[in-house]
Design a protein around this ligand. Structure first.
Ligand code: HEM
Length: 172
């Protein structure tokens, strides 16, 4: 098996811009004062995009579980081999934990109710444990993503082992 299932490949490349946009947009929202009236509209879009990411990530995970995947990569050191595998698990886990903390924050502060009544956000949201967790997890995700991108560039341009083609379209 040379490549991942085409659904995994499509979802991988679709989710790259989606996740970076959610990180960027979330950061913009978090830096806005809570009493700005359009902040709640931005949060509405952010939450819908986050839920879409969660749904796509779930489809991707299920496809990965139930399809045949390329063999684990041998980088030449057992610790590095495991690091690669665990980074991929961590990426899935972080996305699901970010979504769970986002949903919990939204329900805890009744954000859907605030959206429906066009109210502004209460200041109390800033100290909610779910919000703090959401912020920390998104920062960890950003760092892990940089490591993931760095590792794939290393494989492509320094090791030149064609690893990139595993996450691209073509005969499997
Ligand atoms: C992979 C999906 C997601 C990513 C990457 C993401 C990213 C972010 C980031 C970077 C922040 C700023 C955190 C900070 O610096 O404090 C944020 C804020 C926020 N996120 Fe998400 N998020 C995601 C999913 C969700 C979901 C599913 C919900 C709710 C259903 C949600 C609700 C919120 C809310 C309400 C804020 C604003 C907090 C504030 O302004 O005080 N997020 N998000």
């Amino acid at each position: 098996m040379k490549r991942y299932h085409f659904l995994i490949v499509i979802l991988h490349w679709l989710m790259v811009p989606m996740i970076f946009m959610a990180l960027f947009m979330g950061n913009e929202i978090a830096n806005m004062a809570n009493d700005i009236d359009f902040k709640i509209d931005r949060i509405d879009i952010h939450m819908k995009a986050g839920m879409l990411i969660a749904g796509l990530m779930l489809i991707r995970l299920l496809t990965r579980i139930f399809s045949k995947n390329p063999a684990e990569v041998d980088i030449g050191h057992p610790v590095l081999n495991k690091l690669g595998v665990w980074t991929h698990y961590l990426l899935y886990m972080l996305v699901f934990m970010i979504v769970a903390s986002g949903i919990s924050m939204s329900l805890g502060a009744d954000i859907p109710g605030l959206i429906l009544s066009s109210s502004t956000l209460p200041d109390s949201i800033s100290d909610m444990p779910q919000r703090i967790a959401h912020g920390i997890l998104t920062k960890i995700l950003f760092v892990v993503l940089l490591g993931h991108i760095g590792a794939s560039l290393y494989h492509q341009f320094i090791k030149k082992d064609g690893l990139f083609s595993r996450m691209w379209f073509g005969k499997r």
